[in-house]
Design a protein around this ligand. Structure first.
Ligand SMILES: [Zn+2]
Length: 259
């Protein structure tokens, strides 16, 4: 219900303002963590440190997800970001400090996991039945007890403008290609970086960070349906930012759940 309500608000905001992104206005909601977008450029050696590493190829056999592992709700109020290129390929976007933090969170089994950052990988890190997509978005969350949950969204390259994700296109366009910070004139709505509400089947498994230090115990939720980017916009992004995807790792008997 929260998502539906929020979309109505978003629409009215879009219609009432000249925007770069489809949402305007100061973020609302409870106080919470800052939101960060980062493109991780760390170049540490990829060690074999465990048997539950990420990413993986999402393939059968699949197990129906029990209700206590399902995503109960996604609460992503808009927030005004500050986007910083720290050099190399490391990008960060945080809540504009002149506004309250947005309080974005997801809830699983009645536990809240607050948004901590999101970032991009090219190509995709997870594969889907052996298919590698050209990009994957990782939206990271953490509970008060320190449990990490990451939502993955595949990005598919298309040749025509139909159903292209304008929020993603605008966001990528706003990232400075050299060391600089920018504060866009409009807020970002992470709901619009997810697949449509009626296409939100997802996979869930227990894995790891895909960048240093490859910590295990990460709960992954990867949406089945990709969002779309125009191939020319993807090429522009790839011209500015090097690929940063980790190879898929063995499943080692882990269960892949499906919703
Ligand atoms: Zn990632």
């Amino acid at each position: 219900m929260k998502l539906k309500w929020f979309k109505v608000v978003l629409l009215s905001l879009v219609l009432s303002a000249t925007v770069v992104w489809p949402v305007m206005g100061a973020p609302t909601g409870e106080r919470g963590s800052p939101e960060v977008v980062s493109i991780n450029s760390e170049t540490c050696i990829d060690p074999v440190i465990g048997t539950s590493q990420s990413p993986i190829d999402l393939v059968a056999p699949l197990t129906a997800i029990p209700s206590n592992k399902e995503i109960q709700s996604i609460f992503y109020p808009a927030f005004l970001p500050k986007i910083t290129n720290k050099g190399g390929h490391e990008i960060s976007v945080i809540d504009n400090p002149s506004f309250p933090a947005s309080g974005s969170k997801i809830t699983i089994n009645s536990v809240d996991y607050k948004l901590t950052e999101f970032h991009f990988h090219t190509k995709s890190e997870h594969h889907l039945n052996g298919t590698e997509y050209p990009m994957e978005i990782h939206i990271k969350h953490q509970s008060t007890s320190g449990q990490n949950v990451v939502i993955g969204v595949f990005v598919e390259s298309v040749t025509g403008p139909a159903d292209v994700n304008e929020t993603l296109t605008a966001l990528l366009d706003t990232i400075p290609v050299s060391n600089a910070s920018v504060t866009p004139s409009s807020s970002i709505d992470l709901n619009l970086l997810l697949p449509d509400a009626n296409s939100r089947s997802y996979y869930h498994y227990d894995g790891s960070l895909t960048t240093c230090p490859f910590t295990e115990g990460i709960k992954w939720y990867v949406f089945h349906t990709p969002i779309k980017i125009l191939n020319t916009d993807l090429a522009k992004y790839n011209a500015n930012f090097a690929h940063n995807d980790r190879n898929t790792k063995p499943l080692n008997g882990r269960t892949i759940y499906v919703k």
